[in-house]
Design a protein around this ligand. Structure first.
Ligand SMILES: Nc1nc2c(ncn2[C@@H]2O[C@H](COP(=O)(O)OP(=O)(O)OP(=O)(O)O)[C@@H](O)[C@H]2O)c(=O)[nH]1
Ligand SMILES: [Mg+2]
Length: 338
């Protein structure tokens, strides 16, 4: 009897312990989420001040919704780098909703605006997840100079390496020796291998070697850096085309991601860059970097609305953990906290 009782009791204890562990686990996931959200929220502080705080101020000045209120909201969005075209679209849709719902109080507008901005971020063809499944996969990282390509590659390598993926990096930016050296530092930090040639060599040849090595080692993810600075735009695009042809020919079985890196601090210029790259290559995702400390974060709405390419990653700092997977709901909540 006693034995059975004891056993039962033990089982109960086990269950209790399991419950405690479960709670701890949930708490730690919750903590991680908070840390993740906190970092995003901190990073977006200036953008938030540029949009939400100004919207709040305007709404306070009006009691009833009228045309002037919309004009002021429009100005706020344009100032926050949302872009003219996208701002017009947003304001039109907000007006429609206000009419449909017969809203009259100025304070109701904020919720509708938040809804509309969220819709812009969601209304994009394609998933916001990186195309890396099934393996093998190859991520080609493109963008003009200085936007954060190499840093993003380092952060990605570190993240996926920690998730147990095997990673190989190809130093396709052969334009200057410092680029290879910089990548080398990141790969040391992330503890992954680097395939590189010497400065000035053919980038397509580096990518070719990267692919052969990835195949031989059965690497999960091959990440390729590319140069952002070439003598002119035509050269840059020709080189990217050549690299893409090599990838198509040598690695047809690989899942492909062509990731365009854009620097949020450049505002509307980032939209222009995206348009040029979209014409030259089949961009499948965008990494928007340097959102921390810029008030120009509103550019994300222009990028999503005018390019129709999903933002997949956001950079909120220079550290290895400062790259986040993009999630529209979290992003909007970070700009429009309750
Ligand atoms: N604050 C901040 N800085 C960033 C972020 N991403 C990159 N940077 C910084 O931006 C600078 C340029 O980054 P790189 O990764 O070298 O840019 P790149 O596109 O590889 O540049 P090139 O190789 O010259 O074409 C570095 O000082 C990075 O630390 C970010 O999300 N936040
Ligand atoms: Mg670089």
């Amino acid at each position: 009897m006693f034995e059975i009782f004891k056993k039962n009791k033990n089982q109960e204890d086990v269950k209790k312990d399991e419950k405690i562990e479960e709670t701890n686990y949930e708490e730690s996931v919750e903590d991680e989420k908070k840390g993740f959200f906190g970092k995003l929220k901190d990073g977006l502080e200036k953008t938030r001040r540029g949009i939400t705080s100004k919207v709040d101020d305007i709404i306070k000045q009006y009691q009833k919704i009228d045309e002037e209120l919309f004009e002021e909201l429009e100005e706020v969005l344009i100032m926050a780098d949302v872009g003219f075209e996208t701002t017009e679209k947003i304001i039109e849709n907000v007006k429609d909703k206000v009419r449909e719902r017969k809203l009259t109080e100025a304070s109701d507008v904020k919720g509708v605006l938040k809804e509309e901005l969220k819709e812009i971020l969601e209304n994009v063809d394609g998933s916001s997840k990186l195309n890396i499944e099934p393996s093998p996969s190859v991520i080609l990282v493109v963008g003009v100079n200085g936007v954060g390509k190499t840093t993003t590659i380092g952060k990605l390598a570190y993240r996926y390496r920690n998730k147990g993926k095997s990673i190989l990096i190809a130093a396709g930016d052969t334009f200057r020796a410092a680029a290879i050296e910089q990548l080398n530092e990141w790969t040391t930090r992330a503890n992954v291998d680097l395939i590189s040639h010497k400065e000035g060599s053919d980038p397509a040849a580096v990518i070719f070697d990267g692919i052969q090595a990835a195949k031989a080692r059965e690497t999960d993810i091959l990440i390729c850096d590319t140069a952002g600075r070439l003598h002119n735009k035509k050269n840059l695009m020709n080189e990217l085309n050549k690299i893409m042809r090599i990838v198509e020919r040598e690695y047809p079985e690989a899942t492909k991601e062509i990731l365009l890196v854009l620097d949020a601090t450049t505002g509307q210029n980032a939209v222009m860059q995206a348009k040029v790259f979209k014409e030259a290559c089949n961009i499948s995702g965008i990494a928007l970097t340097k959102l921390d400390g810029t008030a120009k974060g509103g550019v994300i709405f222009a990028v999503q609305s005018e390019l129709n390419v999903p933002v997949k990653l956001v950079g909120v700092g220079e550290g290895v953990d400062d790259l986040q997977e993009f999630d529209s709901e979290t992003f909007i909540d970070a700009i429009f906290p309750e």
